[in-house]
Write a protein that binds this ligand. Structure first.
Ligand code: SAH
Ligand code: SF4
Ligand code: F3S
Length: 466
């Protein structure tokens, strides 16, 4: 009688369930998918069982990503068999990497689409399509679709799609295409509208953010061509400047920059622009110049360390994080020792470490010489992790006794009586306090592990002391 069904949904309303794998780029694409589905009248449901539309946004960066996703597909297959009018959709990088083969391998899939084809999902859902459809062109930005943000005060801004690098291990250039930058005026406009919606922290996304803008037209501003005073083409550092000027945005982050394109102007932006946070994620991949060359990273150990020195010179307190691959074909004990040396020399605040995984279609997957046996990879990984942890713990001690600005994200995961937030250095802090999610508050740091800080909101600490 109230027009709602058992589960509390408006009757007749279609429901979707979406599972996201992979990087922040995919998380963001999923927000766009959700926004789009909701504008089509779909409501999200917490279980696949209840869904009319079962969606996956996939990743293919390593073999483990593929297998995690395929393990989930079995349930979709069973549910589709039970109720054949259900729609099963597979989007993202894995779908793009095998294209039409999706339908050969998994005949119960109704629609498959690459990362640049999210908008086609709407086309499929609103058509009378009776046959399976695949959409794999490189053409679009999900950035043009409405987003449904997980947290109202944090937003992602996709500044470019694709990647023009040719890292020999990496599948991304083949799943996301060539690099295309979005015009600065459009980005400024999007950030203004985010700020108007209550967003305080923006993370700029791209495969190689600091090559941003190089593909844009060289024409400088002409009357009427660029509203809000944004020229047609700007460098990444200039883009940071434009976005820093948007009222209401307190923090800007970006991921990932490429060491080959890390220029002094970008590093200085961390000092000169109030909102640009004191954290730089600078992927190392290997500390051996020989391996870096085989990886086609186009920088060597010396150039990387030189970037780090420049960062330390301008932003001494910045936290530095990285990505490292262990066991690339041909990596000798000596090469690995050089990675350990660079890691020891830099002293990262944290690092993501990966075991090399051969990816279909990549150059490195074709290498047959010097393949590293799995136990050797695992053993090296163990040594690396130990070093990374030790450095992270030592680095975190510099925050003890300091008062840091924290953006409150919600209750602590370990103790719901406490709060959880993030510092400008991107350290997670669990703390006692009364601030609400989305607020910026000052927290006195009283303890530090390699992963997290803990402390107490300053107001509270003061009240207790007096
Ligand atoms: N464009 C970003 C991120 C790429 S993917 C960048 O260049 O930094 C994130 C990380 O996954 C990479 O930095 C790399 O360390 C790791 N990675 C990519 N391909 C891999 C592979 N085939 N095997 C193992 N790790 C890989
Ligand atoms: Fe992959 Fe290299 Fe491009 Fe990063 S820069 S996405 S590792 S090809
Ligand atoms: Fe991201 Fe995975 Fe694609 S890491 S770019 S979703 S292959």
């Amino acid at each position: 009688p109230d027009g709602l069904d058992d589960a509390g949904y408006a009757s007749g309303m279609k429901r979707y369930h979406l599972t996201t794998f992979g990087c922040q780029m995919n998380e963001h694409d999923s927000e766009r998918m959700k926004g789009m589905l909701e504008s089509l009248g779909y409501a999200e449901t917490p279980t696949r069982e209840q869904a009319d539309l079962i969606l996956f946004n996939t990743c293919s960066i390593r073999e483990s990503a593929d297998s995690r996703f395929i393990a989930h597909l079995g349930e979709a297959k069973r549910l589709k068999r039970e109720r054949p009018e259900r729609v099963v959709g597979v989007g993202g990088c894995w779908a793009q990497s095998i294209k039409e083969e999706v339908f050969e391998r998994f005949p119960f899939v109704d629609v498959a689409f690459g990362p640049g084809q999210v908008h086609r999902l709407a086309e499929f859902l609103t058509s009378d399509a009776i046959t399976a459809q695949g959409y794999f062109e490189f053409e679009g930005f999900t950035g043009h679709l409405p987003a449904r943000r997980t947290r109202p005060f944090q937003g992602w801004l996709q500044i470019s799609v694709g990647c023009n690098c040719a890292c020999s291990y990496c599948i991304v250039p083949s799943t996301r295409g060539r690099e295309v930058s979005r015009p600065p005026a459009e980005l400024v406009e999007e950030v203004r509208s985010m700020a108007a919606d209550g967003v305080r922290e923006v993370t700029l996304l791209g495969q190689n953010v600091n090559s941003y803008g190089r593909d844009l037209p060289t024409r400088r501003p002409s009357a009427g061509s660029a509203p809000q005073g944004a020229p047609d083409r700007v460098s990444f550092a200039e883009l940071l400047g434009l976005l820093d000027g948007v009222e209401g945005i307190e923090r800007i982050r970006y991921t990932s920059p490429h060491p080959k394109d890390m220029r002094e102007d970008v590093i200085r932006a961390h000092v000169e622009l109030q909102s640009v946070c004191e954290h730089i994620h600078l992927p190392l991949q290997s500390g051996s110049s020989r391996i870096l060359k085989a990886m086609r990273r186009t920088y060597d150990r010396r150039r990387y360390l030189d970037r780090v020195a420049l960062i330390r010179e301008h932003v001494p307190d910045a936290s530095l994080t990285t990505d490292i691959i262990v066991g690339f074909p041909g990596e000798t004990e000596e090469d690995f020792a050089q990675t350990m040396e660079v890691v020891g020399e830099v002293g990262y605040d944290s690092a993501f470490t990966f075991i090399f995984s051969p990816r279909r279609g990549t150059e490195a997957a074709g290498l047959t010489d010097g393949l590293i046996p799995h136990p050797v990879k695992v053993e090296r990984m163990g040594r690396l992790l130990e070093l990374v942890q030790r450095d992270a713990l030592a680095r975190a001690q510099r925050f003890l006794g300091r008062t840091l600005e924290v953006l409150v994200e919600g209750p602590s995961r370990t103790d719901p009586e406490r709060l959880r937030g993030r510092t400008r250095h991107n350290k997670v802090v669990n703390f006692g306090g009364l601030a609400a999610p989305g607020e910026l508050t000052d927290v006195q740091i009283t303890a530090a592990t390699s992963q997290t800080l803990s402390g107490e909101e300053r107001l509270l600490a003061r009240a207790r002391a007096s």
